[in-house]
Design a protein around this ligand. Structure first.
Ligand code: 5CA
Length: 161
């Protein structure tokens, strides 16, 4: 229980401050991408939460996105009330969240960040998100995730082809 790496422990502590006990699971083969995580967990890729950082008019925002979906930056820009949107780079992700790409969790960040929530995540009983490292993930009820992230539910993904 207490042998989690510090970056995973921070995620557990952040959940705990919202009254939620996380069961973090380590997969030594890695959970760096949504596909990796789904393969490791043995769940649908749509149940994996991608915690993606974008820059909208100079503000870094978090897009909590189903692993089955792709962000439509025009829609995300509109949801955030901005005009210009791009992907944050690895240094910006680290600076705002305190975590490296591949392990960015949906909450427990160093700095407050406005968050947007893909409603597709609510179509599952449980979803899995990164727990601060590219090897640790945890399951969570998506409504609980929406609540503790304080995210705004918003449709910001591309239409499936
Ligand atoms: N642990 C997994 C599943 S929870 C995970 O963190 N997935 S993720 O989707 O949230 O984070 C990986 C994402 O980071 C990739 O989808 C990719 O779009 C993005 N990424 C990878 N490299 C870079 C980079 N150099 N700059 C900006 N974003 C990147």
């Amino acid at each position: 229980m207490s042998d989690l790496p510090p970056s995973a422990q921070r995620v557990v502590d952040a959940a705990s401050s919202h009254g939620l006990t996380l069961e973090v699971v380590e997969y030594p083969d890695g959970t760096r991408t949504a596909d990796d995580a789904a393969a490791a967990v043995g769940c649908e890729v749509g149940q994996i939460v991608k915690s993606l950082i974008f820059e909208v008019d100079g503000e870094l925002v978090l897009a909590l996105t189903s692993g089955a979906n792709r962000v439509d930056t025009a829609k995300l820009t509109k949801a955030a009330g901005g005009a210009k949107c791009g992907r944050a780079d690895a240094d910006q992700v680290r600076a705002i969240t305190g975590y490296a790409i591949g392990g960015v969790p949906p909450f427990g960040h160093d700095n407050a960040v406005r968050a947007f929530f893909d409603p597709a995540l609510l179509g599952h009983d449980s979803v899995w998100a990164a727990a601060g490292t590219p090897r640790h993930v945890f399951p969570i009820n998506p409504a609980d995730l929406l609540r503790i992230t304080g995210a705004t539910e918003s449709t910001f993904t591309e239409q499936p082809m």
